[in-house]
Design a protein around this ligand. Structure first.
Ligand code: ADP
Length: 161
């Protein structure tokens, strides 16, 4: 059984993330979608809300598990029996950070490979941050996120205005 983990903030999940998940699932029998708390980012949604939104957004759930994790990513991946860490690459701007993280993780645990997947070009500019900014300003986000996330963001910002 080939197992991978796809870690991220997913604050919230976008169609770009979903495209990476779909591609990863074609390669691996089981993909753990692992929601992390990045202390450098100030999340809009709690971990449990983010997990709930991911679960609702997955149309095909077979071979996919959603959970949160704390601590070192390589320790988590090892504990789950994963051989790979999946990361998505958008523009060149992602590369520096992703490159550093992949090498650091490899140094700590050479048994686990980081695998980069590209998204469809139509999601290559898409980030959770842009989606939040557009939603905050009242713009349409229907082409960027699954319907359940669109609804959540709309409700949230409607209350704040
Ligand atoms: P992180 O805080 O770990 O960067 P994100 O939720 O922003 O968490 O992203 C998780 C992973 O998904 C990262 O590897 C990121 O590059 C990738 N990703 C995010 N959006 C897209 C997209 N539109 N296309 C491809 N990869 C993406």
């Amino acid at each position: 059984m080939k197992i991978a983990v796809y870690p991220g903030s997913f604050d919230p999940i976008t169609n770009g993330h979903l495209d990476v998940i779909r591609r990863a699932r074609k390669i691996f029998d089981l993909v753990y979608i692992a929601v992390i708390t990045n202390p450098e980012k100030d999340p809009l949604f709690s971990i449990s809300k983010r997990i709930e939104m991911i679960q609702q957004a997955l149309t095909l759930k077979k071979g996919l598990k959603v959970e949160s994790f704390k601590g070192l990513l390589v320790d988590y991946a090892r504990a789950r029996g994963a051989t790979s860490i999946i990361r998505g690459l958008r523009a060149v701007s992602d590369f520096d950070y992703e490159f550093q993280m992949a090498i650091t993780n490899y140094k700590m645990c050479p048994q686990i490979e980081t695998l980069f997947l590209m998204t469809d070009y139509k999601y290559s500019y898409l980030s959770s941050n842009f989606v939040k900014q557009i939603a905050r300003l009242g713009g349409s986000i229907s082409q960027f996120v699954p319907p359940n996330v669109e609804k959540k963001l709309k409700n949230l910002f409607a209350k704040r205005i």
